[in-house]
Design a binder for this molecule. Sequence first.
Ligand code: CUO
Length: 684
Amino acid sequence: MSDAKKNLLLFFDRPSEPCFMQKGDDKAVFEIPDHYYPEKYKTLSSTISNRFGDDAGRTIPVRNIALPNLAQPMELPYNDQFSLFVPKHRAMAGKLIDIFMGMRDLEDLQSVCSYCQLRINPYMFNYCLSVAILHRPDTKGLNIPTFAETFPDKFMDPKVFRKAREVSNVVTSGVRMPVTIPVNYTANNSEPEQRVAYFREDIGINLHHWHWHLVYPFDSADRSIVNKDRRGELFYYMHQQIIARYNMERMCNGLSRVARYQNFREPIEEGYFPKLDSQVASRAWPPRFAGTTIRDLDRPVDQIRADVSQLETWRDRFVQAVETLSVTLANGRQMPLDEERGIDILGNMMESSIISPNRPYYGDLHNMGHVFISYSHDPDHRHLEQFGVMGDSATAMRDPVFYRWHSYIDDLFQLYKYKLNPYGDDKLDFPGVRVSSVAIEGAAGRNTLGTFWELSTVELGRGLDFTPRGSVLARFTHLQHQDFTYVIEVNNTSGQSVMGTVRIFMAPVQDENGALLSFDEQRRGMIELDKFTAGLRPGNNTIRHRSVDSSVTIPYERTFRDQSVRPGDPGAEESAEFDFCGCGWPHHMLVAKGTQQGYPVVLFAMVSNWAEDRIEQDLVGSCNDAASYCGIRDRKYPDRRSMGFPFDRPSAAQSLSDFLRPNMAVQNCSIRFTDTTIPRQQRR
Ligand code: CUO
């Protein structure tokens, strides 16, 4: 790999330290042209380069180029928070992404990065550089560090960093002492919502969400970066699945399913106190008190002036489009919402991006909802406070209100789904293919899933600017489940070999009061666990498929990967697995927690006709093992059916067994939780 390419990664190392200081394990120093030094360092520039250059492991000469106009991205103060949901920030980031995308080669990109790194808000700089690396042809295969490594402050209790400072000089047998992140540190048991804090505050879940929004950005002059295959539908589906998962998690913990945030004039019941510090802003993230109502925003610093009534107007227009199955375009013409494209168009309208239809009319409902909620503690900036965790895709999922908001957003999408005709046999059945049973085998016993707490260790060294160089290990506890295998018995009576798509879902059986769920509620609570292709010989076939190969998740090692153990060069054969594909639900959260008595769930498997599902495309070199929620980079979504098929539409069936066709099977299972904590290393 060329040095210029590899050197780009140094910009992620100790992100708020200037790039003329030593970076990376080999103490590399960028030798920048004199006029790149910001004013405050200028008089010192020769001293600086001597000071950091003398014992540098290597120096990287930076090309002197004619710099582009950076005025717009530089408007965001260096120490402020950065939010993709804030329109002004979005526009600035879009501009900077375009600048990075437009650099004619890697040397020029490196040069403009070195200039920007010294001036531009570190969060925004990192976001834009990540998007550019993901989308430039000449940076393909470059493996950007996970966000938790670069900015661990967005994911962890700040006490960790104080302790990290303390222990960073204490070395035991060559390894620093790990710092332990406490469990359940944001509230005590008087707050019922705390029972699902392990889900909301899971580092892997928050990384997934951040990554998803990184892979699907909404602003750029280069439409191809935004206009990805079925992007709007994926926005709907990935967030719908988050809600389905959260609801099951809540019911496992004796809580009701999440209540929607649908009346913008009413207070939000619960508060949230994030207990996170921003290292860049040197500030604590603001809390939201219980009973807070969103108010009209007037924050000149963020160029935001918006009334709550605007949200209502946008909502009404969205609903009107759904009711009439038609979108009013800017030129006054109507665009129908048909079965093929409808949900995708609505998804783009709701999330709102440069590919949304008639943005001035349909507005920016989802993003501005995040903005209103995240400024509800200081809507007119009189207290000079920045936005709360709902304003940042890396932290939003920590807050209970995230789920209230997205539950409402999901309801608006469901209004549309209820307008569609139920699937008929022609779509559901696969004549000649009969699924006689589905079962789970694993250490917890047949048709039982075992869950427990696991104690893991992550490396934070790269993101901690204040510690002496080297490794800082943080130890934290998260949910985990025992590996298991799906066993599906299929009879192929067609007389010839065929290919099938196996679709596996899981849903709750009872509601929060112990009553059986109606089929419609159960359908909406279906959680996708896996989807894969299987060849079926004539006669009986036993399909065995391991849980660790789920199309929904990425392996634990990828969520929390340590770059230093990466094999080979990016793009090289041996490192293909390790290459950048950080989007994907974290595998340790595949299964809900369950209960100690055993939480009843139903497992569903169907085999659909692959000849009708398939998308012809070359997947070589792509990262495609977590496609269900993330799609595949630069490729089409690898399934022709609607996302969530066959449960994305209402059905006339009264129960799941009514719904079943011969190519489907169900199995009652239970999730049994054991309240023990097992160190990850011991399990391997
Ligand atoms: Cu992912 Cu609201 O879209 O946070």
